[in-house]
Design a binder for this molecule. Structure first.
Ligand SMILES: [Cu+2]
Length: 138
């Protein structure tokens, strides 16, 4: 009787392991084959701290960001507005240009302490509020 129970438990464990194994490998295949979104997420969690930024009429949210010197930031910019906007960091060669509804990301490592101005370079947009600042603290 006990042997029979042990046998059943053994079979049950074996089948769970097999099912889990199959599910795991098929999941990996899907990820490798078709998902760009997944690889984006992996990159950001590996090295850089992600910051989500939204552009709209006429603001950058969040407008002010404070980070630590030496940090690598993954900026994920989304245009939530109804017209074209940019996310431009002054003093760096970083600019993301986005049509309504588009999003994009880039990484910057901030080695020097200081303040960088941020703006949308579409004429008139900075004047109407699309400005901000990135503060890099020692
Ligand atoms: Cu703009």
């Amino acid at each position: 009787m006990i042997r029979k129970i042990l046998m059943l438990v053994f079979i049950a464990i074996l089948s769970i392991v097999l099912v889990a194994g199959c599910a795991g490998s098929s999941g990996d295949d899907n990820g490798d084959n078709n998902s760009e979104e997944q690889s984006d997420i992996d990159e950001s969690t590996d090295i850089a701290s992600p910051i989500d930024i939204k552009l709209s009429e006429f603001k950058i949210t969040p407008s002010n960001i404070t980070i630590q010197k030496g940090e690598t930031i993954n900026f994920k910019i989304e245009n939530d507005g109804t017209t074209f906007h940019t996310y431009t960091i002054e003093g760096l060669d970083e600019e993301v240009r986005l049509q309504s509804g588009e999003s994009n990301s880039f990484e910057v490592k901030f080695d020097k302490p200081g303040a960088y101005g941020v703006l949308c370079t579409v004429p008139g947009h900075a004047d109407r509020g699309m400005i901000g600042e990135i503060k890099v603290e020692e």
